[in-house]
Ligand binder design. Structure first.
Ligand SMILES: *[C@@H]1O[C@H](CO)[C@@H](O)[C@H](O)[C@H]1NC(C)=O
Ligand SMILES: *[C@@H]1O[C@H](CO)[C@@H](O)[C@H](O)[C@H]1NC(C)=O
Ligand SMILES: *[C@@H]1O[C@H](CO)[C@@H](O)[C@H](O)[C@H]1NC(C)=O
Ligand SMILES: *[C@@H]1O[C@H](CO)[C@@H](O)[C@H](O)[C@H]1NC(C)=O
Ligand SMILES: *[C@@H]1O[C@H](CO)[C@@H](O)[C@H](O)[C@H]1NC(C)=O
Ligand SMILES: *[C@@H]1O[C@H](CO)[C@@H](O)[C@H](O)[C@H]1NC(C)=O
Ligand SMILES: *[C@@H]1O[C@H](CO)[C@@H](O)[C@H](O)[C@H]1NC(C)=O
Ligand SMILES: *[C@@H]1O[C@H](CO)[C@@H](O)[C@H](O)[C@H]1NC(C)=O
Ligand SMILES: [Cu+2]
Length: 720
């Protein structure tokens, strides 16, 4: 029987649940938990000693094994398999593993993590997704917002309080590095007696052609395959996902590539196995660490009792499955009360067949044989419908006999955690449209503004933030790019209406807010056809303005269609037991009403957690009670642009001339020495020739200017 509090059993559990990585578990009674992460490039399907491997029947073999029947397989623990694709893919990972090592601590402990950047050519930061960083906004791990990026070779030490308790994760916040594998689970356990034994399940979409940067370029410029344009895959509700081709799904870094999904033909790569003891209940902490696709997660023959999301408790709700988007977490409990055996754990995207991307893992009861499950997914019928939690739309096609429970219909099980109330003079409301508005170009934006990051650490070098936006939205029907920061006053109740509307309406965006876990008071969905589940019209509660019809409006300056809803008077808000989240989808053509209390001074980014959308600018900053910001630690690194100051320009140019003159004089003396025997007139002629050839062919400016146009411009600017 598993007992908490014992270091030994904790390690044992983690070892079982998340091979290959043991990870770090802090002692329950410790005040300080200290560990480190080594950030390196690494390749899939290889290890330093085996070089490269290939999959067969769930095992891995060294690349030069031709007959596997009498060969020893390579232990999968040391290999990042991904989906087993043999063309090795370049990764950026922590401690040579995907996912990176689990970090497990207890509520209230002080966490110290030394992050060392071993990459040759990239910067790094690590964000602790979902932790509030109260009092330590400079430890949030967002480049140019909470810190300067960690340069190649450097180490940065993160130090913060483990709060709140729950299922969290860590990941790089630099560019698209998360898509390259720099991620891992971060669990803050409660100090409670007899918790359930638990497993961590990290699910993600996977793509073996690209790294994150290439994925971004292809989203923007299009994918061509076999001389044909690749059409992005379509969601059940009729919308299209962004142009991102996922080949496979992974669970804890393992999946398999399907050559033919319908006929079930795949490359036999090994999968993750979760061991359970019969008649025991388990808590699964599920994290979508992927790039773009939501997964619908289920376990064959087992109902899921969903008990928590993003670290906050919800009234236990039984379901066949739930939908989890990038950045979200759901915790569920299953009772292993079926017969001893193997059962499929399934993750399936909501794409229209046959483009489905699936992720698989094995639930293995103790004493069950080491074979793959043969179980089937629950058959949903008219009499026995399947219940799905957190649908991004309101209806599945009627013939799927599947019912949706929207996230805003769940209730918090906390006894006393009501929404912050409307207080006269201390209540603010903002409409924020996460969309791609445009006519000829469609950048990702919030209220028409694509976020431009500062070039300094925003939290510690506030005076050097340039290009701040004048307002938190562009004008109606405009696009802009600037450092978009919404100022929040200390103690205010801030209501935000997240939108996904107007001409730039996209598929449901999972919006993630740093520094807070907001209260979800209400969501508004689009109008759908109840039979087909297809999208019909955007939600009419919102007036997008812009002086054009809704379908053309950029929706940059939206408001309530019914103006009596302002000042917190929206009907049907759940104020008593609202569930809390840090990452929530905004349904396509719909909205979500959330509130926070502005009680955490800091500079927090808020962004879509679809990596490509965030990289493209669907992000903004919350500049929260900046005057109350805690003092930045001593010697905190700074960074910024470098430009030659006006008064220094002359000095720079003069010194260049001085150097050239000095060099010329030295040459002169050398030549004089060598030519000592030559008569005076000949010497003068030679010196003259030398000088003229030097001038015409090897002036420093000319050479550099030819090979580097930008230097050429720079040189022209400073000289002219
Ligand atoms: C990461 O690797 C380093 C070096 O091997 C090790 O000291 C550290 O404990 C590892 N971190 C975790 C969280 O396991
Ligand atoms: C593979 O090895 C097994 C066992 O040594 C042997 O029986 C079999 O003939 C070999 N197959 C091939 C194709 O060489
Ligand atoms: C490429 O397209 C051609 C013409 O449609 C088709 O015959 C061929 O099978 C395609 N090849 C691949 C690899 O999909
Ligand atoms: C689980 O419960 C069933 C039914 O009561 C029983 O037959 C079985 O032996 C139990 N399994 C274990 C491992 O205790
Ligand atoms: C297994 O547990 C679930 C609740 O988790 C319960 O609904 C179901 O009836 C149980 N099944 C058996 C065979 O005991
Ligand atoms: C945040 O607000 C402070 C104080 O008003 C200001 O100095 C700073 O530049 C702002 N930061 C950003 C990123 O807008
Ligand atoms: C919904 O779709 C069904 C089937 O295509 C169609 O018959 C029906 O008219 C649609 N209803 C609406 C309100 O569009
Ligand atoms: C506006 O909203 C209020 C409050 O919900 C409601 O009583 C009123 O009927 C609405 N007005 C219109 C025109 O729908
Ligand atoms: Cu998005």
């Amino acid at each position: 029987m598993y007992k908490t509090g014992s270091m030994l059993s904790s390690c044992f559990l983690v070892f079982l649940s998340v091979s290959p990585v043991i990870g770090y578990v802090c002692e329950k009674t410790a005040q300080i938990c200290e560990t480190s992460l080594d950030i390196e490039h690494y390749l899939t399907m290889s290890s330093h000693d085996s070089l490269a491997v290939y999959p067969q029947k769930g095992k891995l073999y060294k690349y030069d094994v031709t007959n596997t029947s009498n060969a020893d397989p390579v232990p999968k623990e040391n290999i990042i398999t991904g989906d087993g694709w043999e063309m090795r893919r370049l990764l950026v990972v922590a401690n040579q593993s995907l996912p990176g090592p689990d970090i497990i601590v207890y509520e209230g402990q002080t966490v110290i993590i030394h992050v060392k950047n071993h990459l040759h050519s990239d910067t790094v930061t690590i964000h602790w997704h979902g932790l509030h960083q109260s009092g330590t906004p400079f430890m949030d791990g967002v480049p140019f917002v909470s810190q300067c990026p960690i340069e190649s070779g450097q180490t940065f030490t993160y130090k913060f309080k483990a709060y709140p308790p729950g299922t969290f994760w860590y990941h790089s916040h630099v560019g698209s590095q998360r898509v390259d594998g720099l991620l891992g689970a971060f669990v803050v356990r409660k100090n409670e007696p007899d918790p359930l034994p638990e497993h961590i399940l990290q699910i993600q979409d996977w793509n073996h052609d690209w790294d994150g940067n290439m994925g971004y370029q292809l989203m923007v410029y299009g994918i061509i395959e076999n001389k044909t344009k690749y059409i992005p895959s379509q969601s059940l509700d009729g919308s299209f996902y962004s142009l991102f081709k996922a080949q496979s799904g992974l669970i804890n870094g393992r999946g398999r590539f399907y050559f033919d999904l319908e006929r079930g033909i795949h490359n036999e790569a090994p999968l993750e196995v979760f061991n359970v003891k019969q008649n025991t209940s388990y808590r699964f902490r599920v994290i979508n660490v992927g790039a773009l696709f939501p997964f619908r997660v289920s376990v064959d023959n087992h109902m899921l009792s969903v008990i928590e999301s993003d670290g906050y408790p919800i009234r236990p709700t039984l379901a066949e499955s739930f939908v989890i988007n990038p950045g979200e977490r759901f915790d569920f409990v299953i009772n292993a009360n079926q017969s001893v055996g193997n059962y499929w754990i399934r993750g399936k995207t909501l794409e229209v067949t046959p483009r489905n991307t699936i992720a698989e893992a094995i639930l293995r009861y103790d004493d069950a044989p080491d074979v793959e499950p043969t179980t089937a997914r629950k058959v949903c019928t008219e009499q026995d419908k399947c219940v799905v939690i957190n649908c991004p739309f309101t209806y599945f096609p009627k013939d799927e006999f599947t019912e949706c429970i929207r996230f805003d219909h769940l209730r918090s099980s906390a006894s006393n955690d009501p929404a912050p109330p409307v207080v006269d003079g201390k209540f603010k409301e903002y409409f924020l449209n996460f969309a791609f508005p445009g006519v000829t170009s469609f950048p990702s934006s919030v209220n028409g503004i694509a976020l431009e990051f500062p070039t300094v650490s925003g939290v510690s070098q506030p005076q050097q933030v340039t290009n701040a936006c004048k307002n938190f939205h562009c004008d109606e029907q405009k696009q802009c790019k600037c450092t978009n920061a919404l100022s929040l006053d200390h103690g205010d109740t801030v209501q935000m209406v997240f939108l996904n509307m107007g001409v730039g309406r996209g598929w449901a965006h999972p919006v993630h807010m740093h520094g807070h876990s907001f209260y979800v008071l209400k969501m508004g969905y689009a109008v759908y056809n109840e039979t087909t589940g297809k999208f019909l019209a955007q939600n009419p509660d919102i007036d997008c303005r812009g002086g054009v019809p809704l379908e053309k409006s950029f929706c940059n300056t939206a408001t309530w269609a019914n103006q009596t809803w302002l000042n917190g008077n929206v009907p049907d808000l759940e104020l008593q037991n609202p569930p809390r989240k840090d990452t929530l989808i905004i349904p396509s053509g719909g909205y979500a009403v959330i509130r926070i209390r502005a009680d955490n001074p800091g500079l927090w980014i808020m962004h879509c957690h679809i990596e490509l959308h965030a990289a493209d600018g669907m992000a903004m900053l919350l500049n929260e009670s900046f005057d109350n910001l805690p003092k930045t630690p001593k010697h905190f690194p700074t960074c910024g642009d470098y430009k030659i100051e006006e008064e220094e320009e002359d000095a720079y140019v003069d010194s260049e001339v001085d150097i050239e003159e000095t060099i010329s004089m030295q040459r002169f003396y050398v030549i004089v020495g060598v030519m000592a025997a030559v008569i005076f007139l000949q010497l003068l002629v030679i010196i003259g020739m030398h000088f003229s050839s030097k001038r015409s062919s090897s002036s420093k400016a000319d050479i550099t200017g030819k090979t580097n146009p930008s230097f050429n411009n720079y040189y022209k600017r400073t000289l002219g």
